[in-house]
Design a protein around this ligand. Structure first.
Ligand SMILES: [Zn+2]
Length: 341
């Protein structure tokens, strides 16, 4: 099969073609595995971080990629839930132990043996992938492939953030940073809980404009004082200073949810501005969100099946994956990059 392979981490400025096209043996499914013929794969900042070594692959060489849609082509002898020809999605969660306390309660994302697709096992920048049937998600007929791709991880982690926010109609929610996850959160709220006012803090005017068009109540700079104190703020930025600002912008008893993106050490000094009274007192809470569970993927697909999220995207050929990654590095806007296989 054809695949785009990462042999070693690199700096895109030095090496703009970190992925090489390779012809490798198509894997064979055994036991409860399915072989999926991939139709479309997402290309996102997760792969950019892997390629540049900010999120190190545990094996090299590796096929990156963690969001894809395709058809079940073959299956192992123990597969019971999927049939050949089923349309399924693959997400960030490749496997977990299935037996620890976290797995048993549905928080596979916290399992010590959590393995990520494209980081700990070969991913989706390929014509085929083999994965356990429990980690291949049937796709509702109402969703086309390109609409599904960003939901499989960005959407699932956005859904998980919203789930832990416990936000209710009539409350005010802030989004600090406005990438794909924040865009999906905003659109989910606009569709499902329109009584929530959403305040978007973003570094670029283009993103602020996109947020307004998607239904944000207010938009401002990433370091802006909120015009009103907020019940919940969800942080999706890769830096520290918005975390400090968000704590200041919360109401008494408010909750800050930090999506676990690797924080840049460059602005660690921002944490020295934390004061107890201004940022932490009055029972404010901080919660981090790490990875996703199977339930998050299943639930976001179910929710999205009844609404038209109208997410923007740009298509590339699989063999053009390097160009997609470079565009991600240099890009200013939010649309997802989709590799057509
Ligand atoms: Zn486990």
């Amino acid at each position: 099969m054809k695949a785009m392979v990462l042999s070693g981490v690199t700096d895109l400025i030095i090496n703009s073609k970190p992925l090489s096209e390779a012809d490798i043996t198509t894997p064979t499914p055994t036991k409860n595995q399915v072989l999926i013929r991939i139709s479309a794969s997402g290309a996102s900042h997760i792969e950019l971080e892997e390629i540049e070594g900010k999120n190190m692959p545990s094996v090299l060489p590796i096929i990156p990629g963690h969001q894809a849609v395709g058809m079940v082509e073959d299956k192992g002898e123990d597969v019971t839930k999927l049939e050949i020809g089923d349309r399924v999605g693959v997400s960030w969660i490749f496997s977990s132990c299935g037996t620890c306390d976290f797995c048993l309660r549905g928080d596979e994302n916290l399992c010590d043996e959590f393995k990520a697709t494209g980081l700990d096992a070969d991913g989706t920048y390929a014509e085929f992938i083999v994965i356990d049937e429990d980690h291949a998600y049937p796709i509702p007929d109402s969703l086309n492939n390109n609409a599904v791709i960003p939901l499989l991880f960005a959407g699932a982690i956005g859904y998980r953030s919203l789930r832990f926010s416990s936000i209710e109609s009539g409350q005010k929610l802030g989004l600090s940073g406005f990438g794909m996850t924040a865009m999906i959160i905003l659109k989910l709220l606009a569709n499902k809980t329109p009584g929530v006012q959403v305040f978007v803090f973003s570094r670029s005017e283009a993103e602020q404009e996109a947020a307004k068009n998607a239904g944000a109540f207010w938009t401002g700079a990433i370091d802006a004082d909120s015009p009103e104190k907020l019940d919940v703020i969800i942080d999706t930025t890769p830096i520290w200073s918005p975390v400090v600002k968000a704590l200041e912008n919360l109401k008494k008893g408010g909750k800050l949810i930090i999506n676990e993106t690797e924080k840049d050490d460059q602005d660690r000094d921002a944490l020295l501005k934390l004061t107890f009274h201004k940022h932490l007192s009055f029972e404010k809470e901080i919660k981090t969100i790490t990875n996703i569970s199977r339930t998050d993927v299943i639930n976001i697909l179910d929710m999205a099946s009844t609404m038209d999220l109208q997410l923007e995207y740009e298509e590339y050929n699989l063999s053009d994956a390097n160009r997609a990654i470079n565009d991600l590095k240099n890009g200013k806007m939010n649309g997802s990059k989709i590799l057509i296989v």
